[in-house]
Design a protein around this ligand. Structure first.
Ligand code: GLU
Length: 401
């Protein structure tokens, strides 16, 4: 029988980050020694105190459904996290726990937007926002930033992207893939335009703790008037090295959160009961492991930036201020030939390096910047060293200068 897919699903591409990681895993299964700098996934193990909380939950028989939007305990833990870390007050009815930040973001976007709406996504941006917006029926409106501006959208840039159809904007600070971080003045300037234009502001805070100089001011806390039209999306994946546990959450106006919970109740249900119990420990327990993890990330960032800058054909203008990615420009390599063809995009460079250096990266096309590649340094120092040695040899063998 001819397969006729839902037209929105038919139109979406595979997630470029997940696809790059999947290729690395596949090659590894075939016995190829691949170093992956593709997925944004901390290489650290989940802290023992969090695993123990999950073990206790299992022993106590917490293996049943929970309320769709999360247990009272996880909502209270999220509530106090939002107060103490972000200085934002939410009622428990304004919080929904989800199976990962990705599900939280997709459900918020799917609940809020509709056909005929436009949602502004400052680019470079995480590959999945556009797909989520398109799946909701709305149109992603990519607002390209400039490297000279630190990949940050200015209030004027936002104004230029507005049309009568604009209904929302997604801000991700610190950013995946650039590591850019907005300061409080920039956020206040943006917030004035958001308020004036009556937009929803979705703040994806997944990398909030991965900041190397000071703190990342919160886009919603930057202007108290924004709370009515702001929605937080966050995840425990990066902060607590819990990618596989699938725990994230959203916080925002009650009516919207109720609608989002209805959607979640129909399409998936509650996030894992065991993961929720672990998340309560993650959010309420001591944060020592985060300090250790950040020390390691800081050392890796310096190392990676230096190595990237010395690679032939790679250019990185600014030191990333947050997250655990660098996003160098590789267009100086375009035109070079290798057995896979002529290099014409960051994705071609990623293909070349996967084949010739056995290092997995993600090409820039799906981040909205085809001349770039994304490198994740959520990998051990030993692997990073080996990866950059291999990349450098592969590029030199190709004649790159
Ligand atoms: N967000 C991470 C990344 O960009 C994990 C993979 C994904 O969800 O896209 O690599």
């Amino acid at each position: 029988m001819a397969l006729r897919l839902n037209r929105r699903v038919a139109a979406i591409k595979p997630s470029a980050t997940m696809a790059a990681e999947a290729r690395a895993i596949e090659l590894r299964l075939q016995g190829v020694d691949i170093i992956s700098l593709a997925a944004g996934e901390p290489d650290f193990d989940t802290p023992e105190r969090i695993k123990n909380a999950a073990r206790r939950a299992l022993e106590a028989g917490m293996t049943k459904y929970t309320p769709t939007s999360g247990t009272r305990q996880i909502k209270e833990a999220i509530q106090s996290k939002l107060k103490s870390e972000n200085n934002l007050e939410y009622d428990l009815t304004e919080i929904v726990a989800s199976a990962g930040g990705k599900q939280a973001a997709a459900n918020v976007i799917g609940t809020l937007f509709d056909e005929g709406d436009e949602v502004i996504i400052p680019t470079p941006a995480w590959v999945s926002y556009s797909a989520m917006v398109a799946l909701s029926g709305a149109t992603p409106k990519l607002a390209a930033t400039r490297e000279e501006d630190g990949f940050l959208l200015s209030a004027e840039g936002l104004r230029r992207a507005l049309t009568p159809k604009t209904r929302g904007i997604i801000i991700n600070s610190p950013s995946n893939p650039t590591g850019a971080v907005y300061d409080a003045d920039q956020l206040r300037a943006l917030s004035e335009v958001v308020l004036e234009a009556g937009l929803w502001l979705i703040s994806d805070d997944v990398y909030e703790h991965m900041v190397y100089d000071g703190v990342a001011p919160h886009p919603i806390a930057a202007n108290p008037r924004l709370k009515e039209q702001g929605i937080i999306v966050n995840s425990l994946s990066k902060t607590y090295a819990m990618t596989g546990w699938r725990i994230g959450f959203a916080a925002g106006p009650r009516e919207l959160m109720n609608a989002m919970a209805r959607l979640q109740g129909q399409n998936s249900g509650n996030p894992s009961s065991i993961s929720q119990a672990a998340a309560v420990e993650a959010l309420t327990g001591p944060k020592d492991e985060l300090v250790t993890m950040m020390e390691e990330f800081r050392a890796r960032r310096s190392f990676v930036v230096e190595r990237v800058r010395s690679l032939p054909g790679f250019a990185l203008a600014q030191m990333p201020k947050g997250s655990f990615y660098v996003f160098p420009k590789v267009s100086a390599l375009f035109g070079l030939k290798w057995k896979g063809g002529v290099l014409q995009s960051g994705d071609d460079v990623a293909d070349l390096l996967l084949s010739e250096a056995r290092v997995a990266l993600v090409g820039g096309i799906d981040f909205g910047f085809p001349e770039y590649v994304r490198i994740s340094y959520a990998n051990s120092m030993a692997n990073l060293k080996a990866a950059f040695d291999r990349i450098e040899s592969a590029l030199r063998a190709l004649g790159a200068r």
